[in-house]
Design a protein around this ligand. Structure first.
Ligand SMILES: [Zn+2]
Length: 188
């Protein structure tokens, strides 16, 4: 099960977390911890590939940084090309001589999809160049179904986020942790 691999590699943490937005959550996903292990990453991304059997696409585009490795591995397993978009002056662009041809069918690659912000930025670049987005391939889908493109994911995970004042974990006096630090940052 992918969920077990995510837990054993530390890519999925459960508990009480202080997010950079100031919100609290009962879980945290950091796919880089899974991608540390190429063999496990290969298995996780194979689950996405299995769902893409009937999907016709020419090239995979991942938004930097999170999408690059996933895009590469999706390309490797499906025999397609893999490129990435990255920020220049705050805006997502194709750089390094990467191009798309009009009408090319594009799969967007992500590690995690939550709000879809970086996916939509990548999609905008692709569509402006005349590419046709067939969907988003991702390891973890946290979107709860609010993305307007088909999502092909390894696993769907529901993580609850709370405003500080409304956090049920705070009300239970569970110590809060800043993801990545593993240190308790405050007792509430
Ligand atoms: Zn809390």
């Amino acid at each position: 099960m992918l969920i077990d691999i995510l837990k054993e590699t530390g890519a999925l943490l459960e508990g009480h977390f202080l997010l950079s937005s100031g919100k609290h959550s009962d879980g945290y996903v950091q796919c880089a911890k899974l991608l540390m292990y190429p063999d496990k990453a290969e298995k996780a991304i194979k689950l996405i590939v299995d769902k893409l059997k009937d999907i016709d696409f020419d090239i995979v585009v991942g938004p930097a940084m999170g999408g690059i490795i996933v895009s590469y591995e999706l390309g490797r397993q499906t025999g397609k090309q893999s490129i990435f978009v990255e920020r220049e002056d705050g805006e997502m662009k194709l750089r390094r001589g990467f191009t798309l041809e009009k009408g090319q069918r594009v799969l967007i690659a992500e590690d995690v999809v939550t709000t879809g912000k970086s996916s939509y930025e990548a999609i905008k670049v692709v569509e402006e160049l005349g590419g046709e987005v067939v969907g988003i391939g991702c390891i973890v889908d946290r979107s709860s179904g609010n993305i307007k493109y088909p999502i092909y994911s390894g696993v769907k995970i529901n993580i609850n986020t709370y405003e500080k004042e409304e956090c049920t974990l705070c009300k239970q006096n569970i110590p809060i942790v800043k993801p990545g630090s593993r240190k308790i940052v405050e007792f509430l």
